[in-house]
Ligand binder design. Structure first.
Ligand code: XLS
Ligand code: CA
Ligand code: CA
Length: 438
């Protein structure tokens, strides 16, 4: 037992409970618009932060003493960590987890040894999945931590490095298939550049496209049926990352004919790093039918880097669930790509962090559902564009109008009236819902 401080499964006790290890809002079986909270939210624990995180920052090394790290060797530790993961998910009542290949199994001295390590741990994960019912949300490959990937993986100027990444992605896809993962993620770790002076941007983007095509071909042959996800991020670790934001990724996928197999996995903190709001990124992806999965976390408004804090902001969470519900759900789920603060040393802090995030999104789900049912924001929005549903507006949208025709129409209309956008009034409505009103 790695989490003795949590004796049984974390329960829903309702908003009046003072028990810090109980849910106040997340009630897995409560139905919201025909589906249970559990089905809507599909929460996932991120292996790298929760089990592999050390609390290290650029100014100091690891500070956490995790009991699963006491092992004979790297493989023994990997097995203990996998056991800890399933104990944690089971006690928390979270049904999904996700990982990078290197989170769950250490790299060996050769590619063959690395593959054996991964196979062994995947077998253990499969056994735990069968026993507990916890499932894999998505898998991915860490093609950015090892020194060989310093200049990128798929975008590396040396094809021998790309080949290493190919081997990793191949095996990570195999692992995802074997564990029944719902999706497979590409976050472009070091797929970007520090300086254009030594970078052939055109070539590197073409390399990346060729790589992704190979991954899709391999994955489909290996029986992977789910979506591949690209996860945008504008910077960190590269100065400029190719997968900058939703719009950039959609353009890339379209340019290189990858749109059919891919969707986007959007992370809140990456949106803000790109100087977008999370809602901007989600609405952009959703409008293209490509919002696939979410990495839920938050940044810090006062710093400009990726702090990966646990999501506690009800406003942003409500936006997220509003977009998700309107598009009829996600193929993926809500992954806590978030870490406890360096000073949160105790394993129980991992519970507090996830409980807070789950409660936040459970509240957000209920609020978003009410907003939608009441058409509180949808009605004013529809009214604002009503002019495009009849007459000339309709003709414009059907692609049947011409510039001369519109000029004539404009002349006959006279100066259009000034119409308020009512931003403040709408913000007030949203706030009323957030505070339980209406
Ligand atoms: C890093 C990313 C990463 C991806 C998975 O900033 O968020 O953790 O989600 O590779
Ligand atoms: Ca992420
Ligand atoms: Ca991040």
């Amino acid at each position: 037992m790695y989490f003795p401080e949590v004796k049984s499964v974390v329960r829903y006790e309702g908003p009046r409970s003072k028990n810090p290890l109980a849910f106040k809002f997340y009630d897995s079986r409560r139905k919201v618009g025909g589906k249970t909270m559990e089905e809507h939210l599909r929460f996932s624990v991120a292996y790298w932060h929760t089990f592999k995180g050390t609390g290290a920052d650029p100014f100091g090394g690891g500070v956490y003493d995790r009991p699963w790290n006491n092992g004979r060797d790297a493989m023994d530790i990997a097995e203990k960590t996998m056991d800890a993961c399933f104990e944690f998910c089971t006690k928390l009542g979270v049904n999904y987890y996700c990982f990078h290949d290197r989170d769950i199994a250490p790299e060996g001295a050769t590619i063959a040894e690395t593959n054996r390590n991964l196979d062994r741990i995947v077998k253990r994960a499969a056994k735990w999945q069968r026993e507990t019912g916890v499932k894999l949300l998505w898998g991915t490959a860490n093609c950015f931590s090892h020194p060989r990937y310093t200049h990128g993986a798929a975008t590396n100027p040396d094809p021998r490095v790309l080949a290493y990444a190919a081997s990793q992605v191949r095996r990570a896809i195999d692992a995802t298939v074997e564990l029944g993962g719902r999706g497979y993620v590409f976050w472009g770790g070091r797929e970007g550049y520090a300086s254009l002076i030594n970078t052939d941007l055109k070539h590197e983007r073409e390399q990346m496209a060729a790589f992704l095509h190979m991954a899709v071909d391999y994955g489909r042959k290996a029986g992977f049926k789910g979506p591949f996800f690209i996860e945008p991020k504008p910077k960190e670790p590269s100065t400029h990352q190719y997968d900058f934001d939703s719009a950039t990724c959609l353009g890339f996928l379209r340019e290189f004919d990858l749109l059919d197999d891919f969707m986007l996995n959007l992370e809140a903190n990456h949106a803000t790093l790109a100087t977008h709001s999370f809602e901007h990124e989600m609405v952009t992806a959703s409008a293209a039918g490509k919002l696939g999965s979410l990495d839920i976390n938050r940044g810090d408004q006062t710093v400009g880097w990726d702090t990966d804090q646990f999501p506690t902001d009800l406003y942003t969470a409500t936006w997220a669930m509003y977009v998700v519900l309107q598009q009829g759900g996600l193929k993926g789920g809500l992954n806590f790509d978030a870490k406890v603060r360096r000073g949160s040393f105790d394993t129980v802090d991992l519970f507090h962090a996830h409980i807070g995030g789950m409660d936040t999104f459970a509240r957000a789900l209920v609020i978003a559902d009410r907003l939608i049912k009441d058409k509180a924001l949808a009605k004013p929005l529809a009214d604002r564009y009503a002019g495009y549903r009849t007459g000339m507006g309709k003709k414009i949208m059907a692609g049947k109008a011409t510039l001369p025709e519109l000029e004539k129409w404009a002349m006959s209309q006279g100066e259009p009236p000034k119409t308020s956008g009512r931003v403040e009034a709408l913000e007030n409505i949203l706030n009323e819902y957030l505070h339980g009103g209406r």
